[in-house]
Write a protein that binds this ligand. Structure first.
Ligand code: GLN
Length: 540
């Protein structure tokens, strides 16, 4: 018997209302009341996963422990809940159809006509209930991507409606997120878009149980009553979600309106212990009123699109809280950097992070930035492509290997210091074929990273095809770049550092995926500390 409770979160009126943050905040509140909760995202696009999408389309690809390439909302889920997500937490239309078509080709539908209802909706329900069947969670929050009324998301809404019918209203509830805009000329908040969007949901057979209204101004009790009356929800189920000062304040603001209580009552669950949220409040205080600040340059080719670096930016927030400091991450466009302008472009920064990425655009700028920070003792953290470029830069400028390169950028290089992994050589399909997910990394005794982590072996997440070429290892060590993290199974170099530099560390893995407010990532904490020291040293 599946005793799991299901909460569906839909969005209306406009996109980008922050369903992911509201879902994460609710989950955190329920977790604080003692429930085991997870969140799932249903994405209505036809790609199997976002792994093949350009960040301009979709922002960052978030990678889970088990190697799923997922929507960036899963990053929020992990950062708010401190529990890992996985393959089952992100389902796209493409994945649903892939499975249904596979079954059809195998004759599993016994000659029936395969249709959106019931075959696609059944597969959607199966995917939702898979998480329930693990027995790990009492409550599953499923966020339906897109906006109600979109053609693409209809089958998801229909599947949710069926689950409500099949499992009963105490086991399945609907939270609808809408916008209550302020119309300046009228000097008023307007409820009509909310009413329309709730009605639209109703057309699909779904009555929202709770409304979360995004708004710039507080909703008066009269306005809440009006929304409740016209949208057919109880008055205490109209929750206002005002723009917060930081996303980590959202659980606190929602709790003040008893959002979690209303949800638990509707699900017929005990309220459990009333969470005090001390840690969240402390963190928000440190984010909003930091004691100090430091600027760090984030060098990447998607600088105009901060969502492409979501987890890195959040990891800076977490590390900042640990140091009571505001980390001002300045996005620096890598294609605009050259050896001549780099000093000027990053003159206010006390640390440089060179970002992950693919392809040749912006590479020269990344290398110029790395050369500059290496020669000038500026704290440096390289992530994935950032590590590969640190290796290339060192090869060219310290080892004197002219045209040393990654074979991703120059397949003909005479010095392939970064090269395709053997396991990747025969890969032809693009999607889901990188080295993905968590792998162990053994940290060298006496290294900087060993000291930072305080552990001999760590597990970190990957998403890449190329690696440090071990044929050059001795030459690098002799010249002062030291492989301080090694995969124990394959001997792949996972971290390099320069011991003679104040802070020069680069990892083949992505530390940012594992950073949360509660457990900021040690590499980010150490990097921000080094940047703060650098700043003090410059202007004590
Ligand atoms: N493009 C590089 C590779 O495939 C780095 C990938 C990354 O930065 N995530 O190895």
């Amino acid at each position: 018997m599946d005793s799991t409770k299901y909460i569906f979160v839909t969005g209306g009126v406009v996109s980008s209302l922050g369903k992911g943050i509201v879902s994460s905040s609710l989950a955190a509140l329920l977790q604080a009341r003692g429930y085991s909760v997870t969140i799932q995202k249903l994405d209505p696009y036809i790609n199997i996963d976002p792994g093949t999408l350009n960040p301009y389309e979709h922002g960052e690809v978030y990678v889970t422990e088990d190697g799923a390439e997922t929507d960036l909302d899963l990053g929020h889920y992990e950062r708010f809940l401190n529990i890992p997500t996985g393959q089952a937490n992100n389902v796209t239309t493409g994945r649903i159809y892939e499975e249904v078509i596979r079954k059809e080709r195998h004759g599993e539908y016994h000659g029936k006509t395969v249709q959106v209802v019931p075959h696609i909706t059944d597969e959607i329900k199966r995917r939702i209930r898979l998480l329930g069947k693990t027995g790990l969670f009492q409550i599953i929050i499923t966020e339906i991507g897109g906006t109600v009324g979109d053609i693409e998301s209809l089958p998801f809404i229909e599947a949710a409606r069926q689950m409500h019918y099949e499992l009963g209203r105490q086991n399945v509830i609907f939270i609808h997120l809408t916008l209550v805009p302020y119309v300046g000329v009228a000097g008023e908040l307007k409820t009509k878009p909310t009413q329309h969007s709730v009605k639209q949901l109703l057309e699909f057979g779904v009555q929202a149980d709770i409304l979360v209204c995004r708004t710039e101004h507080s909703l008066s009790p009269e306005l809440k009553s009006k929304i409740a009356l016209f949208c057919n929800v109880e008055q205490n189920a109209v929750i206002e979600s005002k723009d917060a000062r930081t996303i980590y304040e959202v659980p606190i603001l929602l709790k003040e309106q008893n959002f979690d209580r209303v949800v638990l009552q509707k699900l017929g669950l005990k309220l459990g212990n009333n969470p005090v949220l001390t840690e969240w409040k402390e963190a928000v205080r440190h984010i909003v009123e930091p004691e100090k600040s430091v600027k760090i340059a984030l060098v990447g080719k998607y600088a105009e699109l901060p969502d492409a670096y979501k987890s890195i930016l959040e990891a800076f927030v977490h590390a900042g809280v640990r140091h009571r400091a505001k980390v001002e991450a300045t996005l620096v466009q890598s294609d605009e950097l050259t050896e001549t302008n780099v000093a000027e472009k990053i003159k206010d920064c006390d640390g440089v992070l060179v970002a992950p990425g693919f392809g040749v655009r912006g590479i020269a700028g990344k290398i110029a930035a790395i050369k500059y920070v290496r020669e000038n003792g500026i704290p440096f953290l390289g992530v994935c492509l950032g590590m590969q470029m640190a290796v290339v830069e060192f090869g060219r400028n310290v080892l004197g290997l002219a045209d040393a390169d990654s074979t991703e950028m120059n397949p003909e290089t005479p010095h392939p210091v970064v090269a395709l992994m053997e396991s990747q050589a025969k890969v032809e399909r693009l999607g889901g074929t990188m080295r993905l997910g968590a792998f162990e990394c053994r940290l060298a005794q006496g290294s900087r990273v060993r000291e930072i982590y305080g552990q001999d072996v760590v597990t970190e997440r990957h998403r890449h095809r190329y690696e440090f070429n071990n044929a050059y290892r001795e030459a690098y060590v002799a010249a002062g770049m030291f492989p301080s993290g090694i995969n124990p199974e394959h001997g792949l170099v996972e971290i390099v550092e320069i011991p003679s530099h104040p802070f020069f560390i680069a990892s083949q893995f992505h530390p940012e995926y594992k950073s949360t407010l509660k457990t900021p990532h040690p590499l980010f904490v150490a990097f921000v500390e080094a940047a703060l020291e650098h700043k003090n040293h410059r202007s004590p």
